[in-house]
Design a protein around this ligand. Structure first.
Ligand code: MRU
Length: 367
């Protein structure tokens, strides 16, 4: 996508050809700052401290983390250590393990002295594949927005309203995004799409990141408090929900940012279609029951007790919103059972959130 007219990805090789650069997403929406990653430790820190975040981008950064590790030491032992360090950074998004496994497979095929070059090449491919996959998700999902727009227009509406949670836009991927890709494609095709952006406490990925990128692209949107969606749905103000995901099980259960489940419940109660957009590396074919089997990240309680923002003088400040001494809990994700999901938007098409739906689109997983 573009920032002020300049095509931009979230991660790219530095000009020197060996380091990697990222946008520091902890500084958004107020400051656009790039950070240079020069080592395995830098990559691990960027993922853990959420300079990069979003399941596909976590995977892409881990892939480059393996390349940086291979540059320092390409031995089997060093690569195993690097795999384990990167794998331990965040537990929920399966794209992390997927990307690390891709790298180990690619590096296992070549002698030690060729591993560094092979690692950079595979990491670059993973990034390019992510862009192509997300563009296809955008094309497939845009058909849903087009259909929703046609029904809204028939009822006399002048726009189609899509609600999204967290940030599953291009900042969460290498480019395009997953849930937001259909919105970009629809908007660019001239469909009058408006987005309700859940703020997404505690880290405010909706308010800070989704709003930032929709604003850059000129897509009409409104930031709402997390608890607002149900009210809007009761009043016919949401035509469609589209969210991203960090892990989809073989049964079609969907793990995504905390609060997604409550939006799906409200959508079901109000007969609002609830779609989930995902690239195939987000499917964890090894687990079936999302509630029982997906590890849910618990993060530092200060993310809940404090909020960061821009002060009147332009400085970035963190303020405490809870009383001293009140404990806080900070679960990062929840699981929406497949029965609440209207469909899964993938790069291969749209399917039911069910074993049959998924295996229909990915027949190589049958048997
Ligand atoms: O904690 P985050 O910011 O990494 O969580 C991101 C999300 O929950 C996204 O919705 C998900 O990764 C899908 S990204 C295309």
């Amino acid at each position: 996508m573009k920032i002020n007219g300049t095509p931009t990805r979230t991660i790219w090789p530095a000009k020197d050809g060996w380091a990697v650069e990222i946008i520091d997403q902890t500084r958004l929406p107020h400051e656009l700052v790039n950070v240079r990653l020069e080592s395995l430790a830098d990559a691990a820190h960027a993922i853990k401290a959420m300079l990069v975040r979003g399941a596909p981008l976590i995977g892409a950064t881990a892939a480059y983390g393996m390349a940086l590790a291979a540059r320092a030491n390409s031995s089997d032992l060093a690569l195993t250590v690097a795999y384990n360090i990167l794998h331990a950074t965040r537990p929920t998004a399966i794209n992390l393990k997927w990307a690390l496994d891709q790298m180990i497979t690619a590096l296992g095929k070549v002698p030690e002295d060729q591993r560094m070059a092979a690692a950079y090449a595979r990491a670059a491919e993973i990034c390019d594949e992510d862009v192509a996959i997300n563009s296809a998700i955008g094309d497939n999902g845009a058909t849903l927005i087009q259909a929703a727009w046609e029904s809204a227009r028939a009822r006399g509406a002048d726009r189609v309203n899509v609600l999204t949670h967290c940030n599953a836009g291009w900042l969460a991927t290498v480019d395009w995004g997953t849930a937001i890709a259909p919105i970009y494609k629809a908007h660019d095709a001239g469909i009058p799409v408006h987005v309700w952006v859940d703020e997404t406490r505690p880290r405010n990925q909706g308010a800070s990141l989704t709003a930032r990128e929709l604003n850059w692209h000129g897509v009409p949107h409104t930031v709402i408090a997390d608890n607002t969606g149900g009210h809007l749905m009761q009043h016919g103000m949401v035509d469609l929900c589209i969210v991203g995901t960090d892990r989809v099980t073989s049964n079609g259960d969907v793990c995504n940012k905390i609060g997604t489940y409550l939006k799906a419940l409200a959508a079901k109660d109000n007969a609002v279609p609830f779609y989930v957009a995902l690239p195939s590396p987000t499917i964890d074919w090894s687990v079936a029951d999302g509630i029982k089997e997906i590890p849910i990240e618990e993060r530092d309680a200060t993310e809940q007790t404090h909020m960061t923002g821009k002060a009147a003088d332009g400085s970035i400040v963190s303020v405490q919103v809870t009383p001293d001494g009140s404990p806080a809990g900070n679960w990062g994700f929840d699981v929406t059972p497949a029965r609440l999901v209207s469909g899964l938007i993938t790069e291969r098409g749209i399917c039911a959130a069910s074993p049959e739906g998924l295996r229909g689109l990915f027949p190589e997983r049958n048997g």
